[in-house]
Structures are given as structure tokens and as C-alpha cells.
Design a binder for this molecule. Sequence first.
Ligand code: SF4
Ligand code: F3S
Length: 108
Amino acid sequence: TFVVTEPCIQCKYTDCVAVCPMDCFMEGPNFLVINPDECIDCSVCVAECPVGAIVGDREIKPEQAHYLELNRTLSKHPDWRRITVRKEPLADHERWATVTDKLSLLEK
Ligand code: SF4
Ligand code: F3S
């Protein structure tokens, strides 16, 4: 499966959702996740993300490995909704795009 990782937090560009043939992106307040049970590993979403947030589970760096479980659990979050149409990124996306260590800011 492919996994949304830290750079997406507080940015949420949503270019990824427009190309997914399986519509497997789920949206929270300031982050998106991929439902691993629906992703068919086509990889077309990877190049769409301006901040490189989407990686394959086999290439994920050890320090981002917890995002695997996070994508799985948040894709089942009762308040998160499927997103299939691109929308405007979050207001401060430019500022947050270069910030690391954003996990504590993730809203669920
Ligand atoms: Fe969708 Fe393909 Fe990306 Fe999986 S790899 S989330 S199926 S676009
Ligand atoms: Fe997030 Fe990148 Fe998609 S910032 S919403 S994974 S295009």
C-alpha cells in the first residue's frame, strides 16, 4: 500500500485525490490518509503531492513507519470522509510545507 506521511499535515494540497483510480483517500481536518485495504499500489498519486508526502510502504523511512498504522486507523475514523475532488490547500500551507515534526499538530 501507499501511505500519507508527515509533510501533508497542515498543508493538505489534495492534488493526490484527483488521480486515485480507487478513491481511497480519507480526509480529516488537517491531514489525509490512504485506506490500505483499497489502495491497489498504482503509485500515480505519489508524483502529484507537492511536498512528497506519499510513499510506498516498502520505501518508508523508519522514522515515518508509524504512519502505516496511522493511515490504517484514521481511514476508519467515524468523522473522516472520503475525498475524491481536489480543493484549496489549507490557508498556511506555504509556511507549513517546510516544517518537520508536525505530528503533534495532527487533528483527529
Ligand atoms: Fe490511489 Fe494508486 Fe495512490 Fe493507492 S497508489 S492511493 S490506488 S492513486
Ligand atoms: Fe496531502 Fe500531498 Fe495529498 S499534501 S492532501 S498527500 S497532495
